[in-house]
Ligand binder design. Structure first.
Ligand SMILES: *Cc1c(COP(=O)(O)O)cnc(C)c1O
Length: 351
């Protein structure tokens, strides 16, 4: 039995793996891998997946849910193209690698990017708090959970400008107020399903409003909204499995229940990091991520011993990202409390 603490693609519930495997062999007499995306059977899957996103996150009327290809990295570009307004000036919060990449893409699209807040001065180990947003920006973009650095916004930025968020690594981990956002996007592979699909939840009033007249067809969210997320071939298998996972999430008590489970896991691990003198966290306590826990040994000479302990216990994916070092325990929705207990036991065993 392996305990997968990998940062992504994510662990999914065992039942979801099983149902997905069955559908590869038999989805109404065909394999899900060969079924036409235009068939009634798959159109029903796409419709249900989009509905289940709305149900799971309590999405208000006036929003459209889309599943595209391209990853959250495409979301960086789509953001800039679709939300450029009359000033072509935009505000970004720079809280880590992914936020920085989003900034770079907005610049490439030709927007005037104002980085209104950044935690780069301290290797992104905190969430900036005191910043102001100029009145003439078209939108504000931020990254709710910084997968690599292990920080998370526990309160969203307050602004009357259209607010856009890359929620790749904490979407569906807790309830959120979607009505605060002009758009939320997320690569599926961090907490929703297999790699291949990218989720967009966009407020309808922004569709087709880009001031960039050369916006390519595929990058225009209005294109996809008009075609019910079937403008071109969607990531069929990824959407199918994401829908299985959404069904599972909703049946198990939804994001409220998930928040409870995720809080339990994070509390367990952070308590060990804080009480065990051999370990220390790498981020500001108040900004600690519930999803990606980054920590270090206080004595590097114990590295070999600790690595052996967790490897022997079946823990995998614990190595920290090269930009932080140390360890990173990613605890996405499907990771069970028991797996965190196993990790904590290995930390207690280290002498
Ligand atoms: C992984 C990740 C990305 C990149 O996602 P791709 O789907 O690989 O493009 C972007 N943002 C965040 C927050 C991530 O965790």
């Amino acid at each position: 039995m392996k305990h997968n603490f990998g940062a992504g693609p994510c662990i999914l519930p065992q039942e979801v793996f099983k149902e997905a495997a069955e559908a590869v062999l038999d989805f109404n007499g065909l394999s899900i891998l060969e079924v036409s995306h235009r068939s009634a059977d798959f159109v029903a899957v796409m419709d249900e997946a989009r509905e289940n996103v709305k149900k799971a996150l309590n999405v208000p009327d006036g929003y459209t849910v889309l599943f595209l290809q391209g990853g959250a990295s495409l979301g960086f570009i789509i953001t800039a193209f679709n939300f450029a307004g009359k000033n072509k000036k935009v505000a970004y919060l720079n809280t880590g690698t992914w936020a920085s990449k989003a900034i770079k893409e907005a610049e490439k699209v030709g927007l005037d990017v104002d980085v209104v807040a950044s935690s780069e001065d301290n290797n992104f180990n905190y969430i900036p708090k005191n910043y102001s947003i100029p009145d003439d920006v078209d939108y504000v973009h931020f990254t709710s959970n910084n997968t690599i650095f292990g920080t998370q916004f526990h309160a969203f930025p307050e602004t009357d400008k259209p607010l856009i968020c890359d929620m790749s690594s904490d979407i569906f981990s807790k309830p959120i107020d979607v009505s605060k956002f002009a758009m939320i996007y997320a690569g599926a592979q961090k907490n929703l399903g297999p790699a291949g699909a990218t989720l967009f939840i966009v407020k309808d009033e922004f569709l087709g409003k880009s001031t960039i007249s050369t916006i390519p067809t595929y990058l225009d969210l209005a294109t996809h909204a008009k075609k019910d997320s079937m403008f071109n071939t969607p990531p069929v298998f990824s959407v199918f499995v994401a829908n299985l996972n959404l069904r599972h999430l909703i049946a198990g008590g939804g994001v409220e229940a998930m928040k409870k489970k995720n809080t339990e896991k994070a509390t367990l691990l952070y308590n060990e990091i804080d009480s065990n003198p051999l370990f220390e966290g790498t981020t500001a306590n108040e900004d600690r991520s519930m999803m990606n826990v980054t920590f270090k040994l206080t004595d590097d000479s114990k590295k070999e011993a600790f690595d052996k302990l967790w490897n022997d216990a079946g823990v995998i994916g614990l190595k920290g990202h090269r930009s932080v070092g140390g360890y990173r325990a990613s605890m996405y929705n499907a990771l069970n409390v028991e797996s965190v207990q196993v990790l904590v036991e290995t930390m207690k065993k280290l002498k």
